[in-house]
Design a protein around this ligand. Sequence first.
Ligand SMILES: [Fe+2]
Ligand SMILES: [Fe+2]
Length: 169
Amino acid sequence: MGLFSKDIKTMDDMLLHGMQDIYYAEQQITKALPKMVDQSTNRDLKQGLKNHLEETNKQIERLEQVFKKLGKTPSGTDCPAIDGLIKEADQTAGEIEDKSVLDAAIIANAQAVEHYEISRYGTLIAWAEELGHDDIVRFFTINLNEEKAANTKLNTIALRKGVNRKAAG
Ligand SMILES: [Fe+2]
Ligand SMILES: [Fe+2]
């Protein structure tokens, strides 16, 4: 985005900007997840994060298909929001010594990322529908549903698989 010109003029420009934002975000997430897998101790958490890394790679491919459908070259734009979430996750994790407490923190940090993605994909779907890009809505919807499922899985691991209880004890 230029500093002296307003590059987003239409809702189509905004849709494209939103896609570039999430495309960049998904790439940063694929870089952050392996470290979170390494740091986590709980087996369900480790496996859950690994699975979501694979899903994330597929999500990036799906976004590339959407760019192509719109006749655009896939490209990212800086997303300070995801950079901030990842940075904060990294910093808090670095300050935690207890493995059980660290697991609970990793879940919370990962859920913050999932909520960011859920919000972005929800908006992209609404905008694409409004603009009549019905052919790309389903790609966003698959990604959105994966983010929602990842968030639910993290909830289950924290609450029903005992990660939070272990951290508290
Ligand atoms: Fe994602
Ligand atoms: Fe995600």
